[in-house]
Write a protein that binds this ligand. Structure first.
Ligand code: KG4
Ligand code: ZN
Length: 340
């Protein structure tokens, strides 16, 4: 069954069509990053307006590329939260209108659950890879959320730990801003850290005995170091060298904590797969370290499927529809929707 996925929770407008929750037929993302980069972060009102502009051309392009018709679709899935209220509203209203006009079943998706389903996607080339097997442990690391989630079946979730302050992506973005590296911070830090011979050692908040995370102390450590080592009268070359060392040290510290805690939880719960999900899962260092140290097979979606997209929403929607979930025309956005 072909399901259309609509994503608009933050600064990417996504439209995709996915077959049986796995095979990507088309996946189109209109990113607004260049526009928000001018302001150093996502401006919610601008995001909503950009979604309004993006969706009709994306829909037209999706049908043009695939040659499909509306009658080929079996349902529409849309992210209803968590996310920016105004941004979510655009996607949800578009999905509701389309489902109503075309008499298609509609299903509202939790954005974090959507990120998990990137692990089920397949680009359609070659033979399909094995799907994730349960119980699986998901490390969700996005701009708004960070946590370890035990998934025992479709729709069966238990949070083992969450961040007590900043999300991992938020920490990357804030640290990058402190170091003058621009927005979004994750890719910028990854890029510059790759040129570093060694990073400075920065503190890790282990929060022993819990699977929770904390990144705000690390961010403060970067701030203090930046004030001490970079903002003093260093030459441009020395300044660049220090920024590179700090970016590498920051990335090392975040990756070390994420990987160590994920491995502990994977051992304790004897999971069959570890799944990386969310924008920070695009981080090369995190991907490499997780694969190197993990006690179970690690599933890592292609970097373009780790950041927000419509295909993950469509995949999740397929499994929800299969489980009998349907949402009515009264479905509304829930900006702080919890996954449980
Ligand atoms: O999942 P996502 O696209 O949006 C949310 O749901 O929040 O995640 C965006 C976050 C941003 O904070 C961005 O800096 C981070 O993911 N990110 C990365 C990388 N690519 C994106 N962080 C570290 N390394 C990357 N390569
Ligand atoms: Zn996301």
């Amino acid at each position: 069954m072909l399901v259309m996925g609509v994503e608009s929770s933050c600064d990417e407008s996504g439209i995709a069509i996915v077959d049986d929750g796995r095979r990507i037929v088309v996946d189109l993302v209109a990113s607004q990053i260049d526009i928000h980069a001018r302001y150093g972060g996502v401006v919610p009102e601008v995001a909503s307006r950009q979604h309004l502009l993006a969706f009709v051309p994306l829909l037209e392009e999706a049908f043009r590329r695939t040659g499909l018709a509306w009658s080929d679709l079996g349902g529409i899935a849309v992210t209803r939260g968590p996310g920016l209220a105004g941004a979510l509203l655009v996607g949800v209203n578009i999905a509701k209108s389309l489902a109503f006009a075309r008499s298609l079943p509609l299903v509202g998706i939790n954005h974090l659950e959507g990120h998990l389903y990137a692990g089920w996607l397949w680009d359609g080339l070659g033979s399909p890879p094995e799907p994730p097997s349960f119980p699986l442990l998901a490390l969700i690391v996005s701009g708004g959320h960070t946590g370890l989630l035990l998934m025992r079946d479709h729709g069966d979730y238990r949070w083992l730990g969450e961040t007590r302050d900043d999300a991992a992506g938020e920490a990357f973005d804030k640290a990058a801003r402190l170091l003058g590296l621009g927005f979004p911070g994750g890719p910028a830090i990854q890029r510059i850290a790759e040129g570093a011979r060694a990073g400075v050692h920065l503190p890790r908040a282990w929060l022993r005995g819990s699977y929770d995370f904390s990144f705000s102390g690390l961010k403060t450590a970067v701030l203090h170091l930046a004030e001490r080592e970079v903002l003093v009268d260093a030459s441009p070359e020395e300044r660049a060298r220090q920024v590179t060392r700090m970016a590498a040290g920051f990335q090392d510290a975040v990756v070390d904590v994420l990987v160590t805690k994920t491995i502990e939880a994977a051992r304790q719960h004897q999971v069959r797969h570890i799944l990386l999900a969310g924008g920070v899962a695009a981080n090369r260092r995190l991907r490499e370290e997780m694969v190197r140290r993990a006690p179970a097979p690690v599933l890592i979606p292609h970097p373009s499927l780790c950041t927000d997209n419509g295909a993950m929403v469509a995949a999740c929607g397929y499994f929800r529809l299969q489980a009998g979930q349907r949402d009515g025309w009264g479905m509304d956005v829930v900006p702080d929707l919890r996954l449980s």
